[in-house]
Design a protein around this ligand. Sequence first.
Ligand code: ZN
Length: 890
Amino acid sequence: MRTDIAEPVRLKDYRVPDYLIDKVDLDVKLHPSATRVLARLTIRPNPQGRSDAALILDGDGLSLKKIALDGQLLDLQKPEAWKGFVTPDQFTLHAPPRYPFVLEIETEIDATANTRLMGLYRSGSVYCTQCEAEGFRRITYFLDRPDVLSIYTVRLEAELSEAPLLLSNGNRITGGPIEGTPRHFAVWHDPYPKPSYLFALVGGDLGSIFDEFTTRSGRKVALGIHVEHGKETAAAYAMDALKRAMAWDENIYGREYDLDVFNIVAVSDFNMGAMENKGLNIFNDKYVLASPATATDMDYANIEAVIAHEYFHNWTGNRITCRDWFQLCLKEGLTVFRDHAFSADMRSAPVRRIADVRTLRAQQFTEDAGPLAHNVRPDTYYEINNFYTATIYEKGAEIIRMLKVLIGDDAFRKGMDLYFDRCDGTAATIEDFIACFAETSKRDLTEFSRWYHQSGTPLVEAAGRYDEAAKTFTLDFTQSCKPTPGQDQKEPFVIPVALGLVIPGQGDIALRTDGHDGASAAEIARGVIELSAARRRIAFRDVPSRPVPSLLRGFSAPVRLTYPASETDLITLISHDSDGFNRWQAAQTYATRLLLRSVDRIRAGDPPHADKDFSGALAVVLEESTDPAFNAQVMTLPSEADIAREIGEDVDPDAINLARDALREAIGQDLKDLLRAAYDRLADTGPYSPDAAAAGRRALRNAALDLFAAGDRIEGARIAMRQLETAATMTDAIAALAVLAHIPGDARETALDAFYHAHEGEPLVIDKWFALQASIAEAGTLDRVKNLMKHKAFSFSNPNRMRALVGCFATLNQTQFNAGDGSGYDFIANIVLELDAKNPQVAARLLSAFKSWRSLEANRRILAERALRRVAGAASLSPDVKDIAERSLA
Ligand SMILES: [Zn+2]
């Protein structure tokens, strides 16, 4: 394990590598506890580097067996003889040759003992690797940085019975049995230069499904997905999604796949979602395996999105990689943007947009509002593993989405083409990327680029004034952004505000402006106003009567926007806005307003606020038949975390929970008959299909059940129990169980028990069972979670189990994680400390659940801080956990 890093890594200290590694030849002899890796590195001085620099290779806990320079074995006992030194974490050669030379390094790895799941490890009996960000240095000494690109040839060897399947990056060149031994081998060659973080190997006994994709230029690509034996049929949807993603990238971006084979391997022990290693993607099995009986509609949608995301990296990430880890958003933001667009094309676009914005607000806005806020392109980091964040991914994607809105589809596509042409085969920066769009749009994007350098969520406050006599409508915008860690002052952001003016009963009117308060012709043509200063006023003319402005349509920028709309205005938007996203947003805004009023009343000792008009607006939506998936989104209230973020300070999670429950109960009672009718009307009739339309009907039906049960617990529980017993899909089963789980009593325990026994053999389903119980907003939940940790299906070392039970408790259970006695904080702090010794990356992520602690009411704030200080002060912390603890407290 690495020792603590005292100094941060800084973007401004970037220097080109002093040495380059052109070729990497690996010979890997797999063994459960003693895998031998012989790395043959062809190295040369970088003409752009310093001529007197030492060669310093990164290592991380390596066990070195031997090392040779140009065939000469180096005596490890006499480092003075070869002028250098070696530790498990570094190999240094003070005066390496000034011409190309070969370094041969032999290391030994205990893959079975690798609980960090970085480098070479075993998931069950399968050998696999994870090298992003800095895992390759746990396999051999290397210039483990993304701007060192090498051609890899990998020979793998293993017992045939233990690992009949041997995979690595690129194309398979040769392989076969090794005569006279029980072992066999395979050689893989990747013709595309790549950084070490994209290296991968897999060895194991897996079941496979195969297919083929013909690229638009007629090349045949062999596709393989490899999963646990017996799960092959559950990989069919992932294969289908892969082929659709390959076709989409050709159609939308003109990008073809470039190798003869593309393999995906699903493993059950994985720190992240999936990894885009060149030609050999390794996946958390959660994002590969799906059958109607084990996966919900949301699981299907996630599989489609993650398969596409990793595939799209082949161009945005692999062919063009990042110069350094500060540029992580270059590959992640762009690829998330691409997978969002793919999902929108495959499914209902407004529904996808709503789902993406929900995620953005829940994760990124929360991050931006707390001590862990950071730039989309950070300036410094202590531990890069902690920067795989919603800010890099989700806000990084939003910046590209804004760029497309601002410069238009045509200049955007040309800019992407230019980027692919100019940067292919290189390790690029954000500046390289943005320069392409500045060129194709002939626009100065310097101010726009502030989105990469300034953290925090901008607040846009809008106000409108209608002049009856002049028939004009004037909109005033101001923007501001609160200080974030290290940034007290902010420059204005360039914010595209897509908008329309809605006349009640008539819908949108054509936008017309003129004079010095006007908008440009380009702005009017796109329906997008650009805010680039602290204030802007725009006057619209020929407005026949007082309009309701529909602002930030499609969520055109990742900002908080306020407008003093009346409740009648909001109802107008819910019913008549031509923009689906803003219809949903108006309902959310209305609900949030009611909830905030109720929270104040509850904290003052009064009963919650009641409002029949909101139920009336929902009733209209519920009756519409155009897009059930959309209606389901409208029927879903803001989450407790959404409300907490809206309140911002002195947050009382119990009051929020009570307010939200009261509103759900009121809606359930007001719309009792309509909800029941919708539930009956939307029942599945035909055979199962995971498509968006069928999924949308199930989503609305289950949203109706959820609200119905909130209004009538007894009848709701009865319907839910019947649904659970007869459910043909996991979507319906888990929705029913969720309703039952939140109603205390024997029925709940019986249902949970029955569900467990019905799905005992399916770990991914048992994760849902763990997650549901962890999210119950009741005082007994912490004890339940502690007991479940002793359950035979729980595993401390499996990240999926940890996230399902402990992670869901910390992130989804607002009242119990934030329990007034501090027990939730203490519990999570203890788990983090225990887990840190085994898997620092997952431990650090769990600790980031404290990211909103400063916004809590005083008592909880004190208790949360105490728990954080205990973690920060613990002995022998990993750099990962230390970094999160210290930044959270800073
Ligand atoms: Zn990615």
